[in-house]
Ligand binder design. Structure first.
Ligand code: GRG
Length: 313
């Protein structure tokens, strides 16, 4: 285990992101079953779907929120935060694998590679999603002498709520049933707060929970982190809609223009391109304003808000 949170306080943002992404890759590699283990096709498809790709935004948010409470981890065990970051990316990868299937968004390209059902087959993709989801909860609940069962239980609850029918899966259900329907801004927002926002919000709250038992984080801080996460989660989606129009498939690593071609309601179709950009900026400003109570402890969360706002992929 590296003491990466302690070292990271001295790094510029790009170096911090690279350090965390590389560290997470090692954690994921260790948590995932080896491709030699039976059933080998399922295990190699799981590894294909999660290793070596993605921005790891949810894991980065988790590490950044933990850093609000752990300033120097050179002497601190951050394995709870590692497990949480890993679990978030496992859930996210499962959602992408299922989302790409013909019964959902039907996409052939993901993270610059064939999507899982294209590389393998539909049944394997279904089982990959199922297995990545189970592995996420296993990662958080695994025991070790230094871990705190109360914190782990709290983290499991946050993740389970965010992934299920009152969170991400529910948002996906609303999305699937809204193709071709004229949604107003409130309806569109409800869908995205669940589909994309719930896991992003969970990333921030789990990160904080992994660093401190709930009882020692005051209510005002939880509310501030929730406000930050809700705004950044929605900004992430508005930017995603803008990139769907302005982005390049080769940089995005997925099919640009997909939403418009599928007649899906987006912030750009609803508000127009310029108003969607103004809205993303408002959400970004609101997210930064929510961090005021934390001053410099929330530097990485501030930088991640900027990263989400200005990303090109
Ligand atoms: C199948 C239960 C179930 C849910 C699927 C999140 C989701 C729900 C579907 C993804 C559809 C989509 C493209 C949504 C737009 C926002 C989004 C989540 C983009 C992908 O996330 P990134 O940009 O991807 O963080 P990387 O590859 O960087 O991890």
């Amino acid at each position: 285990m590296t003491n990466s949170v302690g070292i990271s306080a001295q790094l510029d943002f790009d170096a911090w992101v690279k350090l965390k992404q590389a560290h997470l890759e090692q954690v994921l590699d260790r948590v995932l079953p080896s491709a030699d283990l039976i059933p080998t096709t399922l295990h190699s498809a799981m590894r294909f779907s999660i290793l070596g790709g993605g921005k790891r935004v949810r894991a980065l948010l988790c590490y950044a929120a933990a850093e609000v409470y752990i300033q120097d981890t050179s002497s601190t065990d951050i394995s709870l935060t590692d497990n949480a970051a890993c679990a978030l990316e496992l859930i996210h990868a499962y959602s992408l694998v299922h989302d790409d299937m013909p019964c959902m968004d039907d996409d052939d390209l993901r993270r610059g590679k064939p999507s899982c059902h294209k590389q393998y087959d539909d049944a394997t993709a279904l089982l990959v999603g199922d297995s990545l989801q189970s592995l996420a909860f296993s990662a958080i609940s695994q025991t070790s002498p230094s871990q705190n069962a109360q914190q782990q239980l709290q983290m499991l609850h946050i993740l389970a709520k965010a992934a299920g029918s009152l969170g991400m899966a529910g948002g996906q259900a609303i999305d699937l049933s809204s193709v071709g329907k004229p949604l107003n801004q409130t309806e569109l927002e409800t869908m995205h707060r669940l589909k994309t926002g719930a896991l992003i919000e969970a990333a921030v709250l789990i990160g904080a929970a992994s660093a401190q038992p709930e009882a020692s984080i005051n209510n005002a801080e939880i509310l501030a982190l929730t406000r930050y996460a809700a705004n950044i989660g929605l900004a992430f989606q508005v930017v995603d809609d803008i990139l769907d129009v302005e982005g390049d498939s080769s940089i995005l690593g997925k099919t640009a223009g997909k939403d418009a071609n599928n007649n899906k309601p987006t912030y750009v179709t609803l508000l127009g391109l310029e108003a969607a950009k103004t809205y993303a900026k408002q959400l970004h400003d609101e997210a930064l304003s929510a961090l005021k109570p934390f001053s410099t402890q929330a530097l990485r969360l501030q930088q991640l808000a900027d990263f989400i706002m200005h990303r090109r992929f």
